[in-house]
Design a protein. Sequence first.
Length: 455
Amino acid sequence: MTKSKRIVPDQGWSWLVLFAAFLSNVTFDGVIFSFGVFYVEFLGYFNAGRAQTSWIGSVISAVYAVVGPLASVLCNKFGSRAVTIMGSLIASSGFILSTFSTNMTMMILTYGVLGGIGFGLMYLCCYVMVGNYFEKYRAMATGVASCGSGVGTFIFAPLSLLLIESYGWKGAMWIIAGLVLNGVVIGLVFRPLPSPSEEDVGKEKSKKSLCDFSLLRKPAFLVFGISSFLCMIGFFVPFIYLPDYAKQLGIGPGKSAILLSVIGIFNTSGRIMCGFLSDKSWVDSLKIYNSALIIGGAMTMGCSFINSFAMLLIYAAVFGVCIASYVSLCVIILIEILGLERLSSSFGFLNMFRGVATILGAPLAGFLYDVTGTYDLAFYVAGASIATAGLICLPLRMLSQCTDTKDLVDLAEKQSDLPANKPLQLQQCELTQSMISLTGSSIMIQSSHSMALKH
């Protein structure tokens, strides 16, 4: 049997993989982030409240993230090519079936669950492939691939509005389902990478580590997961409710769709710039990540005080740049604190954290609107959650270094059989871990309290 040719990172086929990953992001994020256009149509068609209708978009966003661990296992076992093709077929089938929905439950199951599963499989694979095909330009490549999300939002928001006006929401959904099928072609580009070591050894290793549960014992990863959880509580609120908020201000549907396009434009440019800067040795990716979340959260909290289209455009631009930094730097930070060999599993678990939050965020905002009659409290809660996500990651690198130091000390003690005398630096590290664990527990208690209020 002939061995696969070793592919050199950052060259040749790597750039075609990057382009395919970019198109993949255009497709699934374009559909998800333009849901706000369909949301207005679903309100009238199903004659339901805002909180109930928002479950459609919330479920697809949540499932798309929650299937991360499953996607990680499938990707490690069958390869990114097969999993991407399978995801494209599942998502397209779900969108077609959704047009036959007669009630909200059926719509959630078809559009939300099936569409989310398909997109979740495609999402993880494209970033894993970029992470493996690039080394020197990994941050830039990840930024370029993720900026497909912004391009997708820019394209799909006005496109969805045009299709709905021409063919109704059902006809528009059929056309979008056809566009999603292009994921089959994208998947064919994801050529499997041979292991740098011997193939048999690599296969045996992959069988033993399809899903790395030891990550859940890493304090640095858990803190980063909590941060993603908090961020995703508020992440989709502007995408879903900003068009309806603009409508209440007397702004027409055409201009409302433009707001999502503006988010998409600045999301795109922000991801490219963020990826370019992150490849520079003098740039701290974690500081950019934290700053973006704090600024984006503060701006979202102030969104309820905006009462003009011009100010909404400014907010959309700033929010687009901030979420660009969040999305494009997640993979870079995971590799920095955990290593490339754990990217697939760590990214899968991270998406699970995101998914749980996503399924709560948008319905919570809709519930707050139904109770108060305005979007003020909804945007305030969403913004506060995003800002907190940036604040708790401020000591992340120190925590990661402490964890690594502890591992090294434990290993040295086992090898030398010396008494377990802990250095002062290690004691300080463990104290930092305890403080951050308490912070995480406090945040989860507050989240549980919010859910209790909701019910």
